[in-house]
Design a protein around this ligand. Structure first.
Ligand code: BTN
Length: 318
């Protein structure tokens, strides 16, 4: 109901009378007044003037479930959404929900994380209300060996959504970093629960720096605001990402990794570069020559040998 009231206020662009809202929603004016109070408590600034009615003066810079879902149009992503002011990590909440058999596409999002985490045990800085920090529970029918495809699909979807809303053109550093001018704009963390070699559910975690200033970020990071020189409406960015992820996910389920791989390659910040890659088996250097059918990176060493890596930490050498 509050969603519809906000919609009326936004559509009217000026004042809308309590009488008109009450007729359109078939609700008493006292009930409308109560909803207005609740909306104000959520941070909406709503003017009320006798004989004129209500006017939306300002919306809070806060992610609200119904605003994220309004007009979203997805079939899987964010049909259910849990928004928190603060959590340790949205990954933990999403895992808990995944274990409780939540519907596929359930989203957990927080304004702030006290223990946001990245790959390889790194910390993910989550300045309050400045970015998007969320995790999605997905239940793809995917063999474990194909899991890297999920991260690469997400990277392409995320980069495309960022470009759509901001006009900046991010590149992708294998496997999961979204870069702008060689600085990190966003990261993706894929964790899962599996039984034998089959995925039971995947938790896809995304962190995107949106309105943070340089002093709120770690040195090698950037934000959309810094890159585009203007602030962004986080709800609009969130919606674009959810739509783009859904498109990519359906494509993956439709076994079109070849198409995703093509898009990934266009945005790659890694291919044809000299890289140093470290995983549990050690460190090697060479030229990243290709991405294979499963999303693994192929590295040509000085000896000419081609080494295949499906996980690891990459440093770009030149
Ligand atoms: C990386 O670049 O290493 C991945 C970063 C992933 C960060 C996101 S923020 C939302 C979700 N919750 C976390 O604790 N991590 C992911």
């Amino acid at each position: 109901m509050q969603e519809r009231i906000i919609q009326f206020l936004k559509e009217s662009g000026g004042y809308i009378s309590g009488e008109e809202i009450s007729q359109r929603l078939k609700m008493s004016r006292a009930a409308i007044w109560k909803h207005m109070q609740e909306l104000r408590a959520q941070g909406y600034e709503i003017a009320a003037v006798p004989h004129l009615g209500y006017q939306l003066v300002a919306a809070p810079d806060k992610l609200l479930g119904f605003e994220v879902q309004a007009g979203l149009g997805t079939k899987i992503m964010a049909k259910k959404i849990h928004l928190f002011d603060a959590v340790s990590s949205t990954m933990d909440e999403a895992f808990r929900l995944g274990n409780e058999n939540c519907p596929e596409g359930t989203v957990v999002c927080a304004e702030f994380q006290t223990k946001g985490r990245g790959r390889l045990g790194r910390v993910w800085a989550s300045p309050k209300g400045k970015g998007l920090y969320f995790s999605i529970v997905l239940r793809p029918n995917l063999a474990l060996a194909h899991l890297p495809q999920m991260t690469l699909m997400s990277a392409v979807a995320l980069a495309e959504a960022i470009e759509e809303v901001s006009g900046v053109e991010p590149s992708i550093k294998w496997p999961n970093d979204i870069l702008l001018n060689n600085q990190k704009l966003a990261g993706i963390l894929t964790e899962l629960r599996a039984e034998s070699d089959q995925v039971r559910f995947v938790v896809l975690g995304i962190g995107l720096n949106i309105n943070s200033s340089a002093n709120q970020l770690v040195p090698a990071a950037t934000s959309l605001k810094i890159a585009a020189n203007r602030p962004f409406n986080r709800c609009e960015v969130f919606q674009a990402i959810l739509r783009s992820l859904e498109k990519g996910y359906l494509r993956l389920l439709d076994h079109d990794f070849a198409g995703i791989r093509k898009e990934w390659k266009k945005r790659s910040a890694t291919l044809q570069k000299k890289v140093r890659i470290t995983d549990s088996s050690g460190t090697i250097e060479g030229i990243a020559v290709d991405l294979d059918q499963d999303g693994a990176l192929l590295i040509r060493q000085d000896s000419g040998a081609i080494v295949r890596k499906s996980a690891g930490d990459v440093i770009l050498l030149r």
